[in-house]
Design a protein around this ligand. Sequence first.
Ligand SMILES: Cc1cc2nc3c(=O)[nH]c(=O)nc-3n(C[C@H](O)[C@H](O)[C@H](O)COP(=O)(O)O)c2cc1C
Length: 414
Amino acid sequence: MANLIQLIYSSAASHVFSRKQLTDLLISARKKNDRLGITGILLYTDGSFFQVLEGEAETVDAIFKTITADDRHTQITIILREAISNRLFEDWTMAYAQLSSEEVNVILGSNDFFHTGRSYTQLGEGRAKKLLAAFKEGRWRAKLSNTNTPASNAYSIASVKGAETKPPGTAAATTHGTAGKHWYSFAYQPIINATMGTIHSYEALVRTADNQSAMFVFEKVAEDELPTFSEKISIDAIELAGKLGLATKLNLNFFPSSMESSSTAISSVIEAAGRNHISPDQIIVEILEREFVHNFDKFNESINQCRSAGICLAIDDFGSGYAGLNLLADFQPEYIKLDIHLIRSIYNMGPRQAIVHGIMRACADLGIIVLAEGVETLDEYLWLKDQGIELFQGWLFAKPTFEKLPTTFEIPRQ
Ligand SMILES: Cc1cc2nc3c(=O)[nH]c(=O)nc-3n(C[C@H](O)[C@H](O)[C@H](O)COP(=O)(O)O)c2cc1C
């Protein structure tokens, strides 16, 4: 039994294709596909391609590699690559349909593919049909591109001076906190407003006293002590940020369980802010998506306490766990931080793009700001920026800095 797969991708034509150019492309593709046992369909409309390739896994992957290298199109985005039991396009070495956005119904019977009798509605109920329908309705249309230059070559990196900070206070950074030096401390990572070219906020990230990652801190804390511990370190993070002269916002991490179990969690944050001349509206409380909220009344109490003090809320790592949508359905924060896993290589990962589009649409409806964290490459940044995201956090812009509020960062620009 053949190892059949189906690969579906979308791309942007490098230039406007004439009918002759499309026909030439199709004729040569058909010949080669016939020889290789590849079937499928190629759709073209307004500068966007959408192609389904079916056949032996190795053969499909090889032809896709050739197609990917073809400079007649760019922004190649894999939407699906999965094993199939039967071919959908058994009769065609490469069917072809040209769609016009004005006449979406043209897909029925307007060309050789549909003239042969099998109509669009006869393609079964698989995902390929749903994706073809989505393309027909205007989804998965990569933008017409006028350049063949990969994005990463087209941009240069500029160093931008960040937000000014107040002059640091008296005490040395390591002697922060009400109880003097601790076995843990903090690194601060800027969150950048890429449109304004400013530092929007700093996220406080707990570290060991010798700057090892949060994992080494949390492994020393018993699970049932986590809520109290997270409350305590939030206060210390505020104290240190205050001493370092925080003049922007400050993001603090909270477990939903600390919001539920401690009645003092938020009030002690407000008090610590006050002691350090930080206004509550500079504070953003990030709630981890990973954990379920068990006692919604208690949780709501803390949320209301934040809201009435002017503290903003964010759902952290949105898309990484199982609680995010439930959390979002029940309370709407000011921010959602997209999880690193969704961001990674998003520029060529169709499913991640679809999920982020969905989140963006929901957040636009709900008036929530979407922030991208863990952005590491220029292509990730450009894709996300193109969707309208303005706030970014990640190594591409600035790394976390131990016991400092870094003021320089990079914004990749054209
Ligand atoms: C949007 C698009 C779709 C293509 N689809 C196919 C295809 O299905 N089969 C194919 O052989 N070539 C296809 N090509 C052309 C290939 O990229 C390549 O030019 C062709 O396979 C000849 O390659 P070769 O002469 O180096 O073997 C496509 C090109 C583009 C721009």
